[in-house]
Design a protein around this ligand. Structure first.
Ligand SMILES: Cc1cc2nc3c(=O)[nH]c(=O)nc-3n(C[C@H](O)[C@H](O)[C@H](O)COP(=O)(O)O)c2cc1C
Length: 186
């Protein structure tokens, strides 16, 4: 089994999403000790914005190959300006590739990346509960679910810590998300 572990947070050791994604990977390894972990830190080694030259670059192809080879993808990310950080968007620009992870057919769009498990460790500074006035601003979880559904991955497991920018809620919210990550299904 191959686990692709991505992180995007610029906050280093103070990052909530890094703590949660690490816990999810620990959990997976406790269930599958033989698993190989492929690590990509998109904050330490960001992929450049996409250009025509970048599109065909070895680095872009390596990112796509890593994704295609993975059985499980664990993504640690915060919400930035109501959506995902640009580092993660640059990675998505490398993996949503026509003919590789989806194709257009007479029947419409067909996802070609089905069968992978995707776990997202998501940290949000505020709260975006369904039905609340903030809910329409939530474009991180909704975007990631849509992106992976587009390429054939209908189930994305989101382990979220909310309110991380609010000191009284922060620690408890992160601890609860870590506990959920530590008890993810095998
Ligand atoms: C540039 C930037 C933009 C942010 N924008 C939002 C936002 O739109 N909504 C929100 O709830 N939190 C926002 N936050 C707070 C982060 O989502 C929160 O700090 C989260 O814990 C970051 O993930 P990390 O702890 O893994 O770094 C923002 C933080 C940064 C640094």
């Amino acid at each position: 089994m191959k686990i692709l572990h991505l992180d995007t947070s610029i906050n280093g050791d103070a990052s909530a999403s890094r703590r949660i994604s690490a816990e999810a990977v620990r959990r997976l390894l406790s269930q599958h000790p033989e698993a190989e972990v492929i690590r990509r830190d998109l904050a330490e080694a960001p992929l450049p914005h996409l250009t025509l030259a970048e599109f065909a670059s070895g680095e872009s192809q390596a990112a796509l190959a890593e994704f295609k080879a993975a059985d499980v993808v664990v993504i640690g990310t915060g919400m930035y300006n109501f959506t995902i950080p640009t580092q993660l968007k640059a990675w998505i620009d490398r993996i949503l590739i026509a003919g590789q992870t989806f194709r257009y057919s007479e029947a419409g769009v067909e996802g070609l990346a089905g069968g992978k498990r995707v776990i997202v460790a998501l940290a949000r500074g505020g709260y975006y509960p369904e039905g609340s006035p903030m809910a329409p601003l939530e474009h991180a979880e909704t975007y990631l679910r849509a992106v992976f559904a587009f390429i054939g991955i209908d189930t994305v497991e989101i382990v979220a810590a909310d309110g991380t920018a609010l000191p009284p809620a922060r620690d408890e919210s992160i601890s609860r998300a870590e506990e959920r990550a530590a008890s993810l299904a095998a």
